[in-house]
Design a protein around this ligand. Structure first.
Ligand SMILES: [Zn+2]
Length: 414
């Protein structure tokens, strides 16, 4: 039996400090001045304790490529093209080393759950899946990893991709990915959607698609959200579909998009903005009043849509920034989506905790409550509404009741 006691944790801004007692990896008791025995006792002194952060969408296989081939035009097209060329040179060791660095950075920032999207196509084949499956085993006590088979190069225009996605699932991948905009015609984008929905249904897996990643509505290959809502409802996949980017929604007037927001909520679809990439690649043809190029977070939340957000890329042609720190991405989202009030800043934290847990299908065991898994982070700040703007370090990261990261408390030396 292993036990851990956290004293005086700030769990809510409008509630007294609480103690959390953990036994064998699970939260057994929460309350004031608990007397339960703790082999390890952490005095939080009023610091914020959150459930482990969830990186719901990231590409560890293509991280740290920014210096090999920079994206000169800054467009999505060039990002896909440059990365496609670099993929030809990948070796197992190269991908492993870069992906492992992403995992280590994420864990040190308080992330305990991650959904990774390795490319599966005629170039990278199943190398990214293979590496991530190996890392999933190696890091099983530090981070829960879900692996998506992601057809970055399209399915109809990339030979053998569907077969490789099938194989990736047989190897142990957890989620079916998709990238329907990366097909030659609208008919092919529609066929791409049929294929990934069929694959998800056949294997009983959730779907996580990259869609509608544009800043205008002119190309119908980037206007697929409504169709996906219909397909989700028809196939009874409510609650099991996630859409990443969906930035096109930001270029539709909110009144016009209102019915669609309601439909997204009805279909139980999670929308996953990827701010660091969305802001960087979109708006490239605007010479003035440059668009922010993001899905409209506040309007979607008002309509009851489950919204999460994630890092997407770490230092490559899609996003030359990033350190796998979800709080940093949260700051970018809060600023660009006008989410400045204390309540709104707290809701930004919900997106990388509870909302993301819903998206990843782990909400039953996730969170800070008795009977939940003890994945916890102690942040070096005293109010939840300050977490995004303080950008605190994670003093303690706790995975299944075990302290896996310890970083000293900030102190100015006298
Ligand atoms: Zn992505």
């Amino acid at each position: 039996m292993t036990t851990l006691l956290l004293k005086n944790a700030r769990l809510k801004d409008d509630q007294e400090l609480q103690d959390i007692w953990v036994e064998d990896g699970w939260i057994r008791k929460i309350g004031k001045e608990l007397k339960e025995p703790g082999e390890r006792v952490i005095e939080c002194e009023g610091r914020v304790v959150l459930p482990g952060l969830i990186e719901g969408h990231i590409h560890p296989d293509k991280a740290f490529l920014e210096e090999r081939k920079p994206n000169v035009s800054g467009t999505l097209e060039e990002a896909i093209k440059n990365t496609g060329e670099l993929k030809r040179e990948y070796t197992y060791e190269d991908v492993y080393e870069r992906a492992e660095k992403v995992l280590n950075w994420a864990i040190s920032k308080g992330t305990t759950v991650m959904r990774a999207h390795p490319d599966v196509d005629h170039i990278e084949k199943l190398l990214g899946v293979e590496v991530l499956l190996d890392l999933k085993k190696k890091y099983k006590d530090k981070i829960d990893l879900q692996i998506v088979v992601f057809p970055q190069e399209g399915i109809l225009k990339s030979d053998g991709t569907l077969e490789r996605m099938e194989e990736g699932i047989q190897m142990g991948a957890d989620v079916v990915g998709g990238c329907p905009y990366n097909e030659k015609t609208l008919a092919d984008s529609h066929a791409h959607l049929e294929i990934v929905f069929d694959l998800a249904e056949k294997h009983g897996l959730p779907l996580d698609l990259h869609v509608d990643f544009a800043d205008h509505t002119e190309d119908p290959r980037y206007m697929l959200t409504e169709r996906i809502c219909d397909m989700t409802i028809e196939r009874s996949m409510q609650g099991r579909v996630t859409l990443g980017h969906v930035t096109t929604l930001g270029s539709i007037h909110p009144e016009e998009a209102s019915a669609l927001f309601t439909k997204i909520a009805e279909a139980g679809i999670t929308i996953m903005p990827l701010p660091a990439t969305d802001v960087y690649l979109n708006g490239r043809n605007d010479e003035k009043n440059v668009r922010r190029g993001m899905a409209p977070v506040l309007h979607m939340l008002e309509h009851g849509v489950n919204v999460a957000f994630a890092s997407n890329n770490i230092r490559n042609a899609f996003t030359p920034f990033g350190n796998a720190n979800l709080l940093l991405i949260g700051y970018l989202l809060a600023e660009t989506q006008f989410m400045g009030s204390a309540d709104q800043q707290r809701s930004v934290l919900d997106m990388i905790t509870y909302n993301a847990a819903k998206c990843l299908g782990i909400e039953e065991t996730y969170g800070i409550a008795e009977g939940k898994k003890a994945d916890l982070v102690v942040f070096d700040t005293k109010k939840l509404s300050d977490v995004i703007q303080d950008q605190p370090i994670a003093n303690f990261v706790i995975k299944a009741g075990i302290v896996i990261v310890e970083q000293s408390i900030t102190k100015i030396v006298e």
